[in-house]
Design a binder for this molecule. Structure first.
Ligand SMILES: [Zn+2]
Length: 86
């Protein structure tokens, strides 16, 4: 029941919420973990992701990569310089 409220909030009211509140909701709904790492696709619910490196420095140090849903190909998270961004 409570999950349903979160789902409705997430679907229709995110434009009224702060980034922190949206993140809180995403954690509660199981889309991301506490660090913002994607756990479940927001679009289709798939739990499998592909990693796509988008920024690699000379020498092979990865600065940025994307988590892409294996099922629907949408970007579900970006890891950049040590942090997850939604
Ligand atoms: Zn998906």
């Amino acid at each position: 029941m409570i999950t349903l409220i979160y789902k409705i909030l997430y679907k229709y009211f995110t434009r009224f919420l702060s980034t922190e509140k949206i993140w809180e909701l995403e954690i509660k709904l199981g889309y991301v973990d506490g660090l913002g790492k994607p756990k479940k696709c927001r679009k289709c619910g798939c739990k499998y992701f592909q990693t796509k490196y988008t920024d690699i420095m000379d020498g092979g140090l990865v600065c940025e990569y994307e988590y892409i849903c294996e099922n629907c190909d949408s970007v579900q998270g970006v890891w950049s310089y040590g942090h997850w961004q939604v």
